[in-house]
Design a protein around this ligand. Structure first.
Ligand code: PLP
Length: 384
């Protein structure tokens, strides 16, 4: 159905969401669904977490908006909280409103910092739909839809250090990648890849940018992927789960880069707005106090064991609660069958791959409920 007033954007599921609580959403008829997708990985603390709701309500009643032109306590506190989780060498962040916008800013920072134009990105990588972000997206159909693209991008296969080594030159401003390629089908890199990547960037004087729009804010069981394997990038972009659903994104900027940035170079009217910052602060506090990083690791491992054993699942991919399930049935068909059975899942660019990006509050019993339904659903999708 096409609603009057709405331009076509994402293909709409046969689901009209009325409300959400925790790991569940409810449709207009009162049917309850287990939400294993979290609205594109956004509802990190679950839907309408009471602490996040209260923080937003309190802030809305006090001050709904004032821009960065004035100081504000909630902004400073929230930014400080975020940076307390950042790797050593990071003390400052720029705030914007979407993942694409965070990536646009990161690309600009890399080009300005190095005085170079070229960006090496990965085949299969997804970075957003705005002009700059789509031009470094390694999935052709998105780039083609936005042609002509911003010049300067080249692409190498994800996980291939020798291809990268050939592509990165003295004119490379940055290497940009998703540490786990989500949209491409939840693809992980081989051991040693990130260390090699860091070494190469340092040697060539290029910045290393992690697009952590999906992997950030606890999804893989650590607050950020940055820091894993002892590797720290220069810029980290975040969005999605950062404020539990209030639009917000960030670029974490390594001090050596941040030190050279002056007033007026970067900004956005709505960036770091007080309501979004209150939501982020509460989100980070909930992740901390409810030990959701440990939960994402434990439940992710449990899901690996349970779901790998389900008939029809050919491959389990991912880390923590960024999960890809490869089956040999059409993922779109399976998604619709699961929806009818009360489970919301995502698909990927790779046919046959389902993506699970649930709230970080997911429990083992929810995995059990999904595991029990998955085999019959795969079977039904094979038949139908
Ligand atoms: C890895 C990654 N980067 C960037 C984006 C773009 O984020 P947004 O839709 O908030 O612009 C997405 C969105 O799915 C993403 O998955």
């Amino acid at each position: 159905m096409i609603e009057r007033g709405l331009l076509k954007s994402y293909k709409v599921l046969p689901l009209s969401v009325e409300r959400g609580d925790g790991v569940h959403i409810h449709d207009a008829e009162g049917k309850r669904y287990l939400d294993l997708y979290a609205g594109h990985a956004v509802a990190s603390t679950g839907h309408c977490h009471p602490r996040v709701v209260k923080a937003i309500q309190d802030q809305v009643a006090k001050l709904m908006f004032y821009s960065n032109v004035a100081d504000s306590k909630i902004r400073t506190e929230a930014a400080g909280r975020l940076m307390s989780f950042a790797p050593a060498g990071f003390t400052r962040a720029l705030f914007a409103n979407s993942g694409a916008e965070a990536n646009e800013n990161a690309l600009k920072m890399a080009r300005r910092h190095t005085g170079r134009a070229n960006i090496v990105a990965m085949t299969g990588g997804f970075h957003g739909r705005t002009a700059g972000a789509v031009s470094v997206t390694g999935i052709e159909k998105y780039r083609a839809a936005a042609a002509p693209n911003v010049p300067g991008a080249s692409f190498v296969p994800f996980g291939d250090l020798s291809a990268l080594s050939a592509a990165v030159t003295d004119e490379t401003a940055a290497v940009l990648l998703e540490p786990i390629q989500s949209m491409a089908g939840v693809k992980t890199a081989p051991p040693g890849y990130f260390g090699g990547l860091r070494e190469l960037c340092t040697k060539k004087g290029a910045l290393l940018i992690y697009d952590e729009v999906q992997t950030g804010i606890g999804r893989t069981g650590t607050m950020f992927f940055a820091g894993r394997d002892g590797v720290t990038p220069d810029l980290v972009t975040l969005a999605k789960g950062i404020a539990s659903g209030i639009p917000l994104s960030a670029v974490l900027v390594r001090d050596v880069v941040a030190d050279r940035i002056t007033y007026g170079e970067y900004g956005a009217t709505f960036g770091a707005g007080p309501v979004a910052m209150a939501a982020m602060k509460a989100t980070l506090e909930v992740i901390d106090s409810e030990k959701l990083l440990a939960n994402a690791t434990a439940v992710g491992e449990y899901a690996r064991r349970r779901l790998s054993a389900v008939a029809g699942v050919k491959e389990f991919r991912g880390i923590g609660l960024l999960i890809g399930l490869k089956t040999d049935v059409d993922a779109g068909k399976l998604q619709l069958d699961l929806l009818q059975r009360g489970f919301v899942v995502g698909t990927a660019d790779e046919p046959g791959v389902l993506r699970l990006l649930p709230p970080l509050t997911l429990q083992k019993e929810h995995v059990d409920a999904f595991a029990d339904i998955l085999a019959p659903s795969i079977e039904a999708s094979q038949r139908g």
